[in-house]
Design a protein. Structure first.
Length: 79
């Protein structure tokens, strides 16, 4: 779905505000899902971050969701 939204924006079929609305809603959904996962007390801790200047964080949230599902505690440092 992310690819479809990006492609639609690039073709001019979506306005930038529509792409931003989609992105924001996806981030909210991922954050809610991550917050509801149970993590073991002695879970490994993983620090996640983006490269300097990177403004996109959806990929980082996706990685955090996967690692949390696998039983890790993540600390995400992003923009």
């Amino acid at each position: 779905m992310n690819t479809q939204v990006g492609d639609s924006w690039m073709r001019g079929q979506l306005a930038i505000f529509e792409e931003h609305l989609y992105s924001e809603q996806l981030q909210v959904l991922l954050r809610i899902a991550i917050s509801q996962l149970d993590v073991p007390r002695k879970a490994p801790r993983i620090l996640l971050t983006t490269l300097p200047g990177e403004q996109h964080t959806i990929g980082l949230l996706m990685v955090e969701a996967i690692l949390t599902l696998e039983g890790a505690t993540c600390l995400a440092l992003g923009p």
